[in-house]
Ligand binder design. Structure first.
Ligand SMILES: [Zn+2]
Length: 209
């Protein structure tokens, strides 16, 4: 298979315009929008690994620390994401429980697993199912925006309950770590260059670095 790189062509990250770069290591900018052009994002693998490892570490306190502190009639209750999900299930509010579980436990974890799999397969110079792997990357990009739903749910809950006189909700440290996971995973997906997936197709005997 022929890649754009082997023909000296590179697409702009911002506007998508394809330009011809005369040399592999020169500095070039997009003629249309002025963004720096690269055949591949610089240091993509090491930057993505660093952000991904940070996301995995932040994922632990995000799930173990309380995400909300609810005070009602002088009694304070602290909830983690999972205890909140169980609370909504026990009150028959399973649609809300499902939204919170999907947006804050399942989706962020799936994203971390997919990015780890993509990084390992790229480092091994794998040519196996490159189309499906490119598709997986597109899914992580698309789904990332919805991770914000959870931070949004906590915000709405806090706002709703603050309006009532009987109960009082404050966001806990878990919410801070959760926000950090969302941001770190977004940057990890952003720094990964999907073009590395089809790199080995160009020169099958040279492994990606
Ligand atoms: Zn451009």
């Amino acid at each position: 298979m022929t890649t754009a790189r082997s023909r000296g062509l590179a697409g702009c990250h911002e506007c998508g315009m394809v330009s011809r770069l005369p040399e592999a290591h020169g500095h070039y900018t997009c003629r249309r929008c002025g963004t720096a052009l690269h055949f591949r994002k610089p240091n993509s693998l090491s930057r993505t690994w660093a952000l991904l490892i940070a996301s995995f570490i932040l994922y632990v306190p995000a799930n173990l620390l309380p995400i909300t502190h609810t005070t009602s009639l002088g009694h304070t209750q602290s909830d983690t994401i999972m205890s909140g999900v169980l609370y909504f299930i026990s009150h028959g509010d399973w649609p809300l429980a499902l939204v919170i579980f999907t947006a804050s436990v399942a989706v962020p974890f799936m994203k971390l697993v997919i990015l780890t799999y993509l990084l390992i397969s790229v480092q091994r110079g794998s040519t196996h199912r490159y189309r499906d792997r490119t598709r997986l990357y597109r899914i992580t990009e698309l789904v990332g925006r919805w991770s914000m739903v959870d931070v949004f749910v906590v915000t709405v809950l806090v706002a709703l309950v603050q309006l009532g006189a009987l109960a009082n909700i404050n966001a806990g440290w878990g919410a801070v770590y959760f926000g950090a996971v969302v941001v770190a995973t977004m940057f990890a997906a952003e720094s990964f260059d999907p073009r590395l997936i089809w790199e080995p197709l160009d020169n099958p005997h040279e492994s990606a670095s």
